[in-house]
Write a protein that binds this ligand. Structure first.
Ligand SMILES: Nc1ncnc2c1ncn2[C@@H]1O[C@H](COP(=O)(O)OP(=O)(O)OP(=O)(O)O)[C@@H](O)[C@H]1O
Ligand SMILES: [Mg+2]
Length: 298
């Protein structure tokens, strides 16, 4: 076995969590829970090739919310998330983060991190170096090497990958690669996490476990999360609020509040309330698709 190889039991890393969590909870607790974190006002998107990806979208996400966008493939979910991240400018309207916070208040307490659909880890670097990347690139303004190492440790502990720091991406399971990718986002100590279908490529069992762990992490760290999925079950399980999008060009056609205790547990997944929320959301999406078909054929 190579020195860089993973220890025994590589496929059964512990859940997100650990003692590193407590410090973050304290930091997060000092952030007001009702402040608007994301303010999208009539933001639309037409790409240079003429494709209209989004009709004007207006929505607000409060700090501490777990908000999810669901909608059919191609309806503009990733486009919307990229606009929130500042990776793509809206064609019209506006997107603001923490509009009520003073500029000095936004840093260092308020930062965003993006988790992409695939883990996008550097194949030639071990887990620790992958997780450290944002700090090496100067994100989060950590210049002190000891402080950077401390942050990497904390992020690894939060996703339960401390024992796999020397493993290379090819030596990790798909779920563990996603955890490494989430640790890379957490290392900047964000208060806003944008996640684009992060568990879409995983099997159902792993996905359900990571959903549960993410729910625990979000609640423990008082994170604001904007999540994208086309799984109705995942949306209901995770979210405090779900925004439903129409087919392309996407717009928000409905909004569902999932007023259930957080963090979510496996018991919620098999509860009558869960089934009811799923049925309601499913009907909304079906009706959105039907309306679309009717207007396309008329
Ligand atoms: N850079 C681009 N240039 C032109 N068109 C684009 C570009 N990016 C996305 N689109 C188009 O915009 C629409 C929305 O794309 P987007 O990736 O946001 O959809 P999505 O809802 O995330 O879909 P999926 O669920 O399949 O990931 C699609 O029709 C897509 O082809
Ligand atoms: Mg997408």
């Amino acid at each position: 076995m190579s020195a860089a190889g993973p220890p025994q039991g590589a496929n059964c890393a512990p859940a997100f969590g650990g003692s590193a969590a407590a410090e973050w909870v304290n930091e997060a607790a000092s952030v007001g829970v009702h402040m608007i974190a994301i303010d999208i006002a009539a933001a639309d998107k037409v790409f240079p090739n003429g494709v209209r990806a989004l009709e004007p979208v207006t929505l607000g996400v409060r700090e501490g919310e777990f908000a999810t966008i669901v909608g059919p493939s191609g309806c503009g979910k990733s486009t919307l998330l990229r606009m929130v991240a500042g990776l793509l400018p809206p064609s019209g309207g506006r997107v603001r983060l923490w509009p009520g916070a003073s500029v000095s208040d936004r840093e260092p307490a308020r930062r965003l991190a993006f988790v992409f659909q695939s883990a996008t880890l550097m194949a030639w670097a071990d887990v620790e170096r992958n997780v450290r990347l944002p700090l090496d690139l100067g994100h989060a303004r950590v210049t002190d090497a000891a402080r950077a190492s401390e942050r990497v440790e904390r992020a690894l502990a939060l996703v339960g990958l401390e024992d796999f720091r020397r493993a290379y991406p090819r030596e990790l399971s798909g779920g563990m690669q996603m955890r490494a990718s989430i640790a890379r986002a957490l290392v900047t100590e964000p208060s806003l996490l944008l996640m684009d279908e992060p568990f879409g490529a995983l099997d159902e069992i792993t996905r359900a476990r990571l959903d549960r762990e993410l729910s625990e992490l979000g609640a423990r760290e008082a994170l604001t999360i904007l999540f994208v999925t086309y799984s109705i079950y995942e949306a209901v399980f995770l979210s405090t609020r779900v925004f439903v999008m129409s087919p392309r060009p996407g717009r928000i056609i409905d909004e569902v509040v999932i007023d259930e205790p957080h963090p979510r547990t496996d018991a919620f997944r098999v509860s009558p309330a869960f089934a009811q929320h799923c049925a309601r959301l499913s009907a909304m999406l079906a009706s959105a698709m039907e309306n679309e078909t009717e207007s396309a054929s008329s």
